[in-house]
Design a protein around this ligand. Structure first.
Ligand code: SAM
Length: 268
């Protein structure tokens, strides 16, 4: 049986993806990238034992956090009891309605050293609130940050890159070595900043169709667009598309995917 590793008062739990930040220089670097300020609407996902929470609260004493592990709640309450505007929401961030935190004129600033096992579904969940979000700062596996930021023709370019870049500008900031955490993860990590566009630069007429199209394309990334699309369209419809059907999905930009999805929508 795997014994949880003891870190301070709390035993780190693998099933909750708990790797706690212990490197103060890295914590300072993350907090200065976030640049919290009084009056902002900050939400932290997975505060853990409060490594980032504490320095953020010093700069912005109004903070909501969403933490799944019940055992961490009393620890956080005790640690930050002098902050009346610090609110803990015990629950699953994947099921959290982030619009509950939105206030007119105060778009959300979402931050978190995310549990790596849920980072991709969490990213998709958060994108559904992108109209209410000012910015997001996440610690992720370095490989996930590379995928988020990848450009067409890059081997890391895929569904995650297209769908996140549809909504946001992606800015990888810096890497974080395993030694910055207890217990140390097996992989390198990196901090990324996501800046949702007020309006997507290439708006899709039907987001579900865009999402379905992108998923289908990257399930078979080595196939030509003709072979991918023949499951969605009749041969005559395929020929009407403004697209070179010999291209492979990985060569299409976000704009190309949206253009294609809008054309398909008008044919269906
Ligand atoms: N922020 C702390 C730090 O940097 O030291 C902890 C980071 S740890 C990688 C991830 C945190 O997310 C843990 O506190 C874990 O309990 C919490 N967590 C895991 N799954 C979660 C979920 N579905 N919703 C909210 N929090 C979750």
């Amino acid at each position: 049986m795997n014994r949880p590793r003891k870190t301070g008062e709390h035993q780190a739990r693998k099933r909750f993806g708990q790797n706690f930040l212990v490197d103060h220089n890295i914590i300072e670097k993350i907090v200065s990238a976030i640049a919290p300020a009084p009056g902002q609407n900050l939400i932290e996902i997975g505060p853990g034992q409060g490594a980032i929470t504490g320095p953020v609260l010093e700069k912005c004493p109004h903070l909501n956090v969403v933490e799944l592990d019940r055992d961490l709640v009393p620890i956080l309450q005790k640690k930050f009891q002098e902050y009346p505007d610090f609110h803990i929401h015990q629950g699953d961030a994947l099921k959290t309605d982030f619009s509950q935190f939105y206030q007119e004129g105060k778009p959300l600033r979402i931050i978190g050293n995310l549990p790596y096992n849920i980072s991709t579904p969490l990213m998709f969940h958060l994108l559904s609130f992108s109209g209410q979000i000012r910015d997001m700062y996440f610690m992720l596996q370095k490989e996930v940050v590379t995928r988020l930021a990848a450009a067409p023709r890059d081997k890391n370019y895929g569904r995650l890159s297209v769908m996140v870049q549809y909504y946001c500008r992606v800015q990888p900031l810096f890497q974080v070595p395993p030694s910055a955490f207890r217990p140390a993860p097996k992989v390198e990590s990196a901090i990324v900043r996501l800046l949702p566009y007020p309006e997507p630069p290439y708006p899709a007429d039907d987001l579900q169709l865009l999402s379905r199209l992108v998923r289908a394309c990257f399930q078979q990334r080595r196939k030509t667009m003709r072979n991918t699309l023949k499951h969605m369209l009749e041969v005559e419809q395929l020929e009407q598309l403004d697209l070179d059907l010999t291209r492979r999905p990985e060569t299409l930009s976000v704009e190309d995917f949206v253009h294609l999805s809008n054309q398909i929508g008008s044919l269906l």
